[in-house]
Design a protein around this ligand. Structure first.
Ligand code: NI
Length: 152
C-alpha cells in the first residue's frame, strides 16, 4: 500500500485512452490498494488510474458510503439530468458546473474477477461519469458551462 503522486492538467497521460484489464494479477491488486490509499489521502470522491500515470481502465470511488472499485467499467444505462459543481484531483481548486445524468448504471469487474452492476444517483452517478471519462482521456473542464468561485 502506498500513496501515489497525482498528475495534474497538462500531463498528456490524462488525455490518453486506457487499456482494459485482461487479468487480475498482483500488480492490479496493488494498484487498486494504492489508488484507494491515494484517494483517501487526497480527500477526493474518486480517482482514475491515469491520474496516477497508469493507463489502465480502473477507477476507485468513495462518496462516504464505502469504497467502490471499478475494473473495466462501462455505463450501461443512464437517465435524467443533474447540474452541479464538479472538480477533479488533477485540477486542484477549480470547480465548475457540469450537467450529468442523474441516475447511472455501470457494469464492471471487481477484484475477484466477477462482473457486477451498480446503480448510482446524484453524486455517485456524477462520480461514475467523471471517472469513466478519465479512462477515455476526457476531463470535466470540457463540460463546464460556468466556473464557480471557491476558496481553495
Ligand atoms: Ni477527475
Amino acid at each position: 500500500m502506498a500513496i501515489r503522486n497525482i498528475v495534474t492538467v497538462g500531463d498528456l497521460v490524462l488525455q490518453k485512452t486506457c487499456r482494459p484489464v485482461t487479468a487480475i494479477d498482483q500488480r492490479i491488486l496493488t494498484l487498486l490498494d494504492d489508488m484507494a490509499d491515494t484517494l483517501y489521502e487526497s480527500g477526493g470522491v474518486g480517482l482514475a488510474a491515469p491520474q496516477i500515470g497508469v493507463l489502465r481502465r480502473i477507477a476507485v470511488i468513495d462518496i462516504d458510503e464505502g469504497l467502490i472499485e471499478l475494473i473495466n467499467p462501462e455505463i450501461i444505462a443512464s437517465e435524467g439530468e443533474q447540474t452541479d459543481a464538479e472538480g477533479c484531483l488533477s485540477n486542484p481548486g477549480k470547480y465548475g458546473m457540469v450537467t450529468r445524468p442523474n441516475k447511472v448504471t455501470v457494469r464492471a469487474m471487481n477484484r475477484d474477477g466477477e462482473i457486477f452492476e451498480m446503480t448510482g444517483e446524484g453524486l455517485l452517478a456524477r462520480a461514475f461519469c467523471h471517472e469513466i471519462d478519465h479512462l477515455d482521456g476526457k476531463m470535466f473542464m470540457d463540460l463546464v458551462t460556468e466556473w464557480v468561485e471557491t476558496e481553495s
